[in-house]
Design a protein around this ligand. Sequence first.
Ligand SMILES: NC(=O)c1ccc[n+]([C@@H]2O[C@H](COP(=O)([O-])OP(=O)(O)OC[C@H]3O[C@@H](n4cnc5c(N)ncnc54)[C@H](O)[C@@H]3O)[C@@H](O)[C@H]2O)c1
Ligand SMILES: O=C(O)C[C@H](O)C(=O)O
Ligand SMILES: [Mg+2]
Length: 574
Amino acid sequence: MGQLGFTLDTTSREATLRLNARGRMVLVNPVANRGTAFTEDERERLHLTGLLPGRVTTIEEQVQRTYGQFSRSPSPLSKFIYLSQLRERNEVLYYRLLSEHLEEMLPIVYTPTIGEAIERFSHEYVGARGVFLSVNHPDRIESSLRDFELEPESVDLIVVTDAEGILGIGDQGIGGIQIANGKLGLYTAAAGIHPQRAIPVMLDVGTDNLGLLHSDRYLGERHARVRGRQYDDFIERFVRVVSEVFPNAMIHWEDFGVDNAHRILKRYSGEVCTFNDDIQGTAAVVLAAAIAAVRLTGMPLARHRVLIYGAGTAGIGIADMMRGALESRGHDPGQFYAFNRNGLIIEDSPELRDFQRPYARPRAEIDGWEVANPSKVTLMEAIRHARPTILIGTSASGGAFSEEIVREMASYCERPIIMPLSNPTDRSEARPADLLEWTSGKALIATGSPFASVRRGDVHHAIAQANNALIFPGLGLGVSITRARLVSEEMIYAAARALAGLVNEHRPGAPLLPTMSDLRLVAATVARAVAETAEAQGLARRPLTNPTHDIYERMWKPEYPQLDICETRKDTQS
Ligand SMILES: NC(=O)c1ccc[n+]([C@@H]2O[C@H](COP(=O)([O-])OP(=O)(O)OC[C@H]3O[C@@H](n4cnc5c(N)ncnc54)[C@H](O)[C@@H]3O)[C@@H](O)[C@H]2O)c1
Ligand SMILES: O=C(O)C[C@H](O)C(=O)O
Ligand SMILES: [Mg+2]
């Protein structure tokens, strides 16, 4: 039994909690605490009788009460803080409330409100779960991770960020811990990964955000971002410690800066069980949405022309995956046009990164276009000349898909596929209602942040949320069930295909992806595909005997666990 006075068996959906804590120590522990739901007998045995109001309530009553409190919180940020505090008070109740109101609460505990919570982190700080590792103390990595007090063998997941590229709001320093918590919340709510089997980690390497550096309240290391050799050594040490101490954990990288994201994935993906959500998770969800949209256009993916507006972490991940999907079916690599801050990427563009190079257009092609400035081709000029049929926004440049651009696209394309994927909401390249208006209802849309459905005439257009939340929870579950050694490209494709298989896009106005209210089904389906692929590729360290059963058995449901109250000296004395 650990320092905290409990042990919890999390290996199946029916967890058992062994407790030797007593009195107030039970109530201040979010894993053990069940507040007014402790029965008379439990109160007596745990020395809680005088510490709680007299009436015993059910978890259903607790959910009703907390839902009321949540609803009365006046703003999205105060709702976020209310839910974070509930999570730290009574973990089971938090997840029960969240799972019963998932669609309503997702925009609070995740994108978009989480962006605001991250920006306001140092001002609104009321505690945050997680492990904070400083680049100035690499020697503390192991002890700090162990201090989180999880059984090392039982850790399935480590979600880690260095917060250089949080959503589309850039460098947020220490506040990034909340994106790790947000992602972990979804691993539990969607895929039933037990919250005590995962660790959120913030790698504090400094920040280049001058506002934070100048703020008296800022809680992180107060210096510019460390880069180069010291950064790489820190990452290397982190990966080594995790591999040694938590042999079954997948490392999920979130919201790193564009260069580090690609470099780290390339460096470790063939060696340890690791996954970059912004590169691989996003690509898989977008491929699934594209498969559904392309079916509606009646033209095969190989004949579509794809414009990626924002050739960074997510954008190039998407292009690589679409290209890979085409090549694996024996097609040519496809027609891609990619943009960065300096305009269309052309072979002689300055500051081209290695991962962007495959998408650079030949100069000779652009010489044939009518453009104002040949070294800075604009989006409108590329639309006119390249005539893309799929337009993807991963630029964090809110409103970039203007009326003029979208109307131009609709002039040559019967069903333009348009995906403004940037988060949070104000970074979205366009709003669905506008896209439908400018294309007379013809656009096939998926967005990164949640948007309300749009009614046009008799058709109710439900807007697909192409967020990597439809991929990573199931992927993590599939990996943990099989204890996969690595996350292979094939496992990611399998996840994308499984997700696409859940879409029925043919009803007019139907969304291109399953809705967030179906997250548990989505996660289970993705998990099965991932686990079967890991097994087929010889990457599974645990044999998959009955995938459906294994997955169902492992998906934790937020219910108070069976209590095993251990006898203590205090009991025998009283
Ligand atoms: N829907 C999802 O699941 C999902 C997943 C990952 C990222 N995203 C969103 O995508 C956006 C980008 O994230 P990222 O991690 O790829 O960031 P990033 O910094 O790695 O890449 C951004 C890219 O956009 C380019 N860019 C910036 N401003 C531009 C402009 N005005 N015109 C053209 N290009 C421009 C940059 O040069 C860079 O190549 C963010 O808003 C993020 O929230 C969404
Ligand atoms: O976090 C999200 O909502 C999706 C994605 O990982 C992002 O960085 O925007
Ligand atoms: Mg992200």
